[in-house]
Design a protein. Structure first.
Lengths: 547, 306
């Protein structure tokens, strides 16, 4: 769920550190043992010499030398024809988007924004791979790197200089195309849709659903497999409750209204009156005093909302404005309540939604109702999206450069592309799913991949348990090995889809720091450090001469 | 087969090589070529040391191991008191590779500036060194042209300039004069002598024996990766089994009898010394001898060829 705001930052960092530690301990151990076996005591002391030197090489780098190498890399890249062909192609392609606008579309901005960001991402990605994978191998092949390493240049500086140089080139191109893209979006989005260019800042709350008796329940499943929503029955006591937290008066300056935005779905169990919308009621409840204010009744707008979070042509349609002082009916009398004094308790506020039409259903999911904080300008979201794109490109450059420290150009290119494709297509699909099967503790019917294969070959059906035998133990051991590898693969193969913030932007949302920008930054940094170390060793233990 | 000489490790030695062996291997780790075999050498501070040998005898391989570009299969290297893989030694070393492996898209100015930066030189120092070196190698007229437009000799010259950018204590030159015109060759020789006068150490290899004879203090001749001859150029080129007399002008009759009557006639003896062969003779003799008797050091002078 892209709107997941609950981000266990510390866990992630700890997990990363753990994996890095485990890998380096294993690496040191394997290296130590093999050098002990190869060269005895002397081999071992040489091994530790290498490790010690590596530490000082990795840390004591000279910024001036890195800068010189980066400048050289930039010059070298600028001379590459591929770069210019790629850049020109990119700009041309962006203008091809001229034709994508459909005047009937109610959300033209979305199409244009997605187009621009997608084009930038997918055209700069191969450029970054090609740039970073071919430079260093060519440098080694032409032996120009030899002259460099006869100067007091550490191999770590070569790696960093390369990464910095390519990043600089890509940054420059990215800046140019982003400015062009930005201007183009502003120009091409029709006047009437300009207000779709906005960065909404949602504040999500946890949702629970209560049944007739006020007990927790998971809602009614109306049988739509593709829909994540669960339904509450209309005209009953079933309700969906959102618990918002951290609402501060100071976040709404100048007595702004508190805005609730929703995107519910109606499910009609009978046709009913098509001309009238299915309606729901909204109650604001103070979670501590239980003071309750009925805000009134809203239509679902069932015929215009196809996708949740779609920006509506008429924005006010799905927006509930809550003034600071709310007048409401309590029985016969009209009362007033102060939003922040009477209803919000320590930043917490509950909102209850009930469907009013008996026999019909209202579909809700956690992201369907949110407090819309003061909007930010489109530019903010746009440049955040560009920033995460930039992080992705730097990550790719880092991986590409590292690969090119070890492999020749074509192989490095294939490896980098392979990793990226694996990351995007397999991570969320195969690897995750297999990993999940395994992590379910072997309770899966038919077992893990080795067991499944065994069953396939021996013609054993899925549900018959295996005989207790040595074969079973072997199969299960192998399966747990596969699981361990998949588990590791999940973490060491980067998933670049996380860097894609265009969904937020295109749907008129601000790019959230916690669930998009920060993870992107962490992933890039998290890969940078091990990649840097691997790249360094790749160059260091390699005789640059013996090609 | 004990070829390694016992070398006295004096404090002033700049390069010490002990039992250095290099085996090139293929992708599968199988030995392909034994390029250097148990080589032991020492280069003293302030001398010009020449490494000679036919093509493929392991000269370049040896130099590259000194610089840490290649890893020795066996043996030890001390260069400026440090290990070959220690990058900090490069602060005091200048290296001219066999072919000038430079960035062809840079011009002469940018090239020197780039290498200067790698030594963390300040902009002012870089500019000063750059101007001086470009002037010295005579490339002033082409300093703004990209190296890919350079002729071979011009590339050599800029290569030499980059080797000297850091004012090194130890200069390693792999065939410095190859591709240079006679004037350039002359200038390089003068430069090498000047470097020695400044107290620097030069290790070079070259196929131009006359040049080596002119400038080198000591030489080593390699054949098939093995050390065949090592010593002072003056000593090596003296034919110790012979005596050379230079006399005053003799009349034709006396000349005919000179050998027999030299003593009797009492002609004045102007000089008496061992005749000096030229390096070319020594080189060719070493190679022939090594072919004839593989695995043995060649002792020049003592067994002159008829
Ligand atoms: N990268 C390499 N891979 C495999 N063998 C190599 C490599 N470089 C050199 N050799 C081999 O090592 C031996 C010594 O080569 P080296 O370049 O040191 O000779 P050299 O004395 O410098 O010759 P030249 O006078 O031609 O420059 C040769 O047999 C050569 O074929
Ligand atoms: Mg050579």
């Amino acid at each position: 769920m892209p709107f997941d705001t609950n981000h266990p930052l510390l866990n992630v960092i700890l997990q990363w550190a753990l994996i890095l530690c485990v890998i380096s301990v294993i690496g040191t151990f394997v290296g130590g043992v093999s050098s002990l076996m190869g060269g005895g005591k002397r081999g071992l002391s040489e091994f530790f010499g290498v490790i010690g030197r590596a530490l000082s090489d990795l840390i004591l780098v000279s910024p001036q030398r890195i800068f010189a190498l980066a400048t050289l890399t930039t010059r070298e890249s600028v001379r590459r024809k591929a770069l210019w062909i790629g850049a020109v192609f990119l700009v041309l392609f962006m203008f091809a988007g001229w034709f994508i606008g459909d005047s009937d579309d109610t959300t033209p901005a979305k199409a244009y924004i997605s187009f621009v960001i997608t084009t930038i991402r997918w055209m700069l990605l191969p450029l970054a791979v090609l740039l970073s994978c071919w430079g260093l191998p060519a440098d080694i092949k032409d032996r120009s790197l030899h002259t460099v390493v006869t100067k007091p240049v550490r191999r770590s500086e070569v790696v960093l200089g390369r990464i910095a140089g390519y990043s600089f080139v890509i940054t420059a191109i990215l800046l140019v195309v982003s400015v062009v893209g930005y201007g183009w979006i502003l120009r091409v989005v029709p006047e009437r849709s300009q207000r779709q260019l906005i960065s909404r800042v949602p504040r999500f709350g946890g949702m629970k659903m209560l049944d007739q008796n006020g007990d927790l329940f998971t809602g009614v499943n109306v049988g739509d497999m593709l829909d994540l929503r669960r339904f509450i029955a209309g005209g009953t006591k079933e309700l969906a409750m959102w618990q918002f937290q951290g609402l501060k008066e100071s976040d709404f300056p100048n007595d702004q209204d508190l805005r609730l935005e929703y995107a519910f779905e109606a499910f009609r169990s009978y046709k009913g009156d098509i001309a009238t919308q299915i309606e729901f009621s909204i109650d604001l409840v103070n979670p501590e005093t239980n003071q309750r204010v009925r805000l009134g009744v809203q239509p679902v707008n069932e015929f215009s909302s196809e996708i949740a979070h779609d920006l509506k042509e008429n924005q006010t349609e799905n927006l509930i404005l809550i003034p600071r002082t709310i007048s409401y009916l309590d029985g016969e009398t009209t009362k007033t309540a102060d939003l922040f004094k009477d209803l919000v308790a320590n930043g917490n506020l509950n909102v209850e939604i009930k469907c009013l039409d008996a026999g019909q259903y209202l579909g809700v999911s956690p992201g369907d109702l949110f407090v819309r904080m003061p909007d930010r300008s489109f530019a903010v979201g746009y440049w955040k999206t560009i920033f995460t794109t930039w992080l992705m490109l730097v990550l790719i450059i880092t991986i590409g450069t590292t690969a090119s420290c070890i492999l020749k150009g074509p192989v490095a290119t294939l490896t980098t592309f392979g990793l990226l494709i694996l990351g995007v297509f397999l991570k969320n699909g195969l690897i995750m799913r297999l990993g999940k099967y395994y992590s379910d503790g072997g309770e899966v019917v038919g077992g893990g991949s080795v067991e499944a294969f065994y069953r396939l070959v021996t013609g054993l059906n899925e549900s018959t348990p295996l005989d207790e035998s040595i074969t079973k133990t072997v199969i299960e051991t192998l399966d747990s090995g596969v699981y361990a590898m998949l588990y590791l693969a999940q973490y060491v193969i980067p998933d670049i889809s996380i860097f894609d913030a265009s969904t937020y932007l295109a749907n008129g949302f601000d790019v959230p720091l916690a669930s998009c920008v920060l993870p992107s930054l962490l992933i890039t940094l998290g890969f940078f450090i091990p990649a840097y170390i691997i790249g360094y060793f790749g160059l260091q233990i390699r005789e640059l001469e013996a090609k | 087969m004990e070829l390694g000489v016992s070398i006295s490790m004096s404090a002033e030695s700049v390069v010490e090589i002990r039992n250095l062996t290099k085996i090139y291997r293929d992708f599968w780790g199988r030995a392909k070529v034994k390029a250097v075999n148990s080589l032991s050498l020492e280069v003293k501070k302030g001398e010009i040391f020449g490494l000679l040998g036919p093509n493929g005898s392991g000269k370049t391989t040896t130099l590259k191991m000194l610089l840490g570009l290649l890893f020795p299969t066996e043996g030890e290297i001390k260069i400026l008191g440090k290990q070959a893989h220690d990058v900090s030694k490069n602060e005091r070393i200048g290296y001219l590779p066999e072919e000038s492996y430079l960035y062809r898209f840079l011009n002469a100015d940018e090239t020197l500036d780039f290498y200067g930066r790698l030594f963390n030189m300040s902009a002012a120092v870089r500019k000063e060194r750059k101007d001086k070196l470009i002037e010295m190698v005579g490339l002033n007229y082409a300093r703004r042209r990209q190296l890919k437009e350079y002729s071979k000799g011009m590339t050599r010259r800029i290569g030499l300039a980059q080797a000297l950018i850091n004012d090194p204590e130890l200069v390693i030159l792999d065939e410095p004069t190859s591709g240079m015109d006679p004037l350039g060759t002359r200038e390089v020789k003068d430069l090498i002598l000047k470097l020695r006068d400044q107290g620097k150490t030069v290790v070079m290899c070259s196929h131009l024996l006359q040049d080596v004879q002119d400038v080198c203090d000591r030489i080593a001749i390699l054949y098939g990766g093995e050390l065949k001859v090592l010593g002072d150029v003056k000593d090596l080129l003296q034919s110790k089994g012979e005596t050379q007399l230079i006399t005053s002008k003799l009349d034709p009759a006396a000349q005919a009898e000179v050998e027999a009557v030299l003593k009797k006639h009492g002609a004045s003896l102007h000089s008496s010394s061992s005749p000096v062969v030229n390096l070319e003779d020594l080189f060719l003799r070493t190679i022939e001898e090594s072919k004839a008797r593989p695995g043995r050091r060649y002792a020049p002078g003592e067994t002159p060829k008829a």
